[in-house]
Design a protein around this ligand. Structure first.
Ligand SMILES: *Cc1c(COP(=O)(O)O)cnc(C)c1O
Length: 422
């Protein structure tokens, strides 16, 4: 693509954008009567306009039916969560029976670790990424301690090489091979939240299995952002949140994937609750647990319908658009943002450094910039100019142009505001 740093070019790209109508299906925070340039869809996605109606429907059905809403609501609440299996399976590349929506992300990581971190003898170590999102580190450390191990010994963190920002895949695969006799689990992010680096989940899964370990991914920054093929990759388990790229509101419900081969394996430990019990006999309230034959066996509690209503509104949009069209536009948008920053750099003595991989196949819709020699003052100026981005101390700006609602004109205007803020 031959990009141009002109408003006319950006407007032409927008005019030819097959997804352009989706921008109006989201509420943007406003500033001085204008839509802000919203580049934090990787942190909290925007609200679908339809979400309020979806929530209102459930509130009305609750008012109308009371407890009978479990059966008579327009989307009956007993099986509410079942509506997500098919559309989410398309988003993460799984079979519908491998997917369930429940709880929140860190809670689900713990529940999955109960099942898939099973240290035995000298096989007790976990390989993960250094500087993962802290919640994942806390989860892994506390799980390791729970099993009686020392986290410093049991957790092997793979970091970028000295002077580099991203982790080299060869270093991940080498660490897996080197620790193969002691490895119980490999748990990586799908996309690193800080640099936006996409990890090679297929290769990591293969290497982990070859070493005799189980392999899982935290897809918080991957679900709804990049193409995933969890089933085909043979990944054992994964979890994601719904409020980042999936636009399902603050603290929205999380999703879980468990590979088919684990679904009816009675030898796998699991924390259980009534919503994981066979639905045909659930309300007979038997005292012996008979698991669902799907990932639903991991559900503990009945579904939080109000929060799931928001998720439904968002997932319906994803289902309409499909990941192929989203990724196609995301590649162009992110490439345009990269181009604009490179253009601005030609005028700067102290350059902005892009730490997200330059290789399109190793990133989703995020560009992280190190603003060398500049402080938070730059970020504040961007904010005053109407840009909502993310600042990480000491000087990193993360920008996520999201294909569902960001436009090429957003990126052009961002460039103009960035220039005048420098
Ligand atoms: C956003 C994020 C979380 C947040 O966890 P919650 O339990 O949803 O609060 C955890 N891990 C990663 C990798 C994230 O990006």
């Amino acid at each position: 693509m031959n990009y141009l740093n002109t408003l006319a070019f950006a407007q032409e790209m927008d005019a030819n954008d097959k997804l352009k109508s989706y921008r109006d299906k989201f509420y943007f925070p406003m500033m001085n009567g204008k839509k802000t340039i919203y580049f934090t869809g990787n942190s909290l996605g925007l609200q679908p306009v339809s979400a309020q109606e979806y929530v209102l429907n459930e509130m009305e059905d609750w008012a109308t039916f009371g407890v009978e809403g479990h059966f008579h609501a327009r989307n009956n609440w007993l099986s509410y969560h079942e509506m997500f299996a098919l559309p989410l399976s398309k988003i993460v590349g799984a079979l519908p029976e491998e997917v369930v929506v429940m709880n929140q992300l860190t809670v689900n990581l713990h529940l999955l670790l109960v099942s898939f971190y099973r240290p035995q003898g000298k096989r007790y170590k976990i390989i993960c990424e250094a500087k993962a999102f802290p919640s994942d580190q806390y989860a892994l450390q506390s799980q390791v301690r729970f099993h009686g191990y020392n986290a410093d010994d049991a957790i092997i963190e793979i970091e970028p090489r000295e002077g580099e920002n991203c982790i080299r895949h060869e270093d991940i695969l080498k660490a897996i091979e080197e620790n193969k006799d002691e490895l119980a689990l490999v748990m990586f992010g799908g996309v690193n939240y800080f640099t936006g680096q996409v990890f090679d989940m297929k290769a990591i899964t293969e290497a982990g299995h070859k070493a005799g370990a189980l392999v899982g991914f935290d897809l918080a920054h991957a679900a709804g952002n990049i193409k995933l093929h969890l089933h085909e990759w043979n990944t054992d388990f994964a979890a994601w949140c719904s409020y980042k790229y999936l636009n399902s509101g603050p603290g929205g419900v999380s999703g879980v994937y468990i590979h088919q081969r684990h679904l009816n394996d009675a030898s796998i430990p699991r924390f259980e609750g009534w919503w994981g019990h066979d639905k045909a006999t659930r309300f007979k309230m038997p005292n012996k647990f008979i698991p669902m034959q799907t990932a639903e066996a991991w559900q503990m509690s009945n579904a939080p319908v109000i929060s799931m209503a928001v998720h439904k509104a968002a997932v319906d949009l994803f289902d309409e658009v499909g990941m192929n069209a989203l990724v196609e536009k995301a590649t162009l948008l992110t490439g345009y943002l990269e181009f604009i920053i490179d253009e601005i750099n030609t005028t700067l003595k102290e350059k902005l450094e892009i730490i997200t991989p330059r290789d399109k196949t190793q990133r989703g819709c995020q560009i992280s910039i190190v603003a060398h020699g500049r402080g938070k003052d730059l970020f504040n100026k961007l904010t005053e100019g109407g840009v909502i981005s993310d600042w990480r101390e000491p000087n990193v700006i993360r920008c996520a142009p999201v294909p569902l609602y960001n436009s090429f004109a957003d990126i052009f205007t961002f460039g103009e505001i960035l220039k005048s803020s420098l």
